[in-house]
Design a binder for this molecule. Sequence first.
Ligand SMILES: [Zn+2]
Length: 266
Amino acid sequence: MATTTTFDVGRMRVHILDDGVFVTDAGNLFGGSRKASIKGAMHPVLVESGDDLVLIDAGFGPELPEILVGRYELRRDKDLLDYLDESGYSAGDITHVILSHLDADHVGWALGPPSFPNSTVYVQRAALEEARQMPEKDGRRAAVPAVDKGVEDGWCELLETDGDVLPGVRVEVRAGHSEGHQIVWLGEGEDLALYTGDLAPAKIWLDPDLISGVDTDPEAARRNRIEVLSAAESRDAPVVLYHEPGDCLVKIRKTEKGFEAVPIGD
Ligand SMILES: [Zn+2]
């Protein structure tokens, strides 16, 4: 397993953590019944900002959720809490958790069960409302009771739109993969880094024309992907690719057909 990648943006230090890899049939991601397996990493991001410690997305959690057993396989020697420990922190140190959306591979340690006792979990209300409408067996739907409980108990905050969760930690709603899907810009002024969530989670998703069977609104996903990757390119921003099994810290370059990733980091 790779060691944690660390970089600085503005006055913040950013650690790219790890929660293992999943293997699934390509048909689960692209629709249809392709008989090929596809592998995805999970790279939650830890941001040190003054006295605050922010986690962006939260892997699959302690074990593969029941609804995904048989469809997904989870492989890991170490999990997110081990990598957190290697970064010098423990679960109790996290003050803010930002969830890009409510898919099971993003919310695990935050919701199933909640593992960060001193944190507030931030979810877009639109993502919650969409999840509520999903079929019973859907992974997003499975997150709804935990979010509802978090709101009731006061540890989950529903966001209505774009905004700063903290100075230098700005969420921006970029729907398509899900309703209310949010990306995160880190830093200030021109010195920015980007977390794309599942808008463009791996190198293969840098092709704007890729149609994913798991996008709620493929046309919105395409439009937002182009806008966001163009912004990352023009700002020369480091970009963290959550599901990229290879180099997950990259810069974006425009190509004739779309975009490509240029690896950076250690
Ligand atoms: Zn995902």
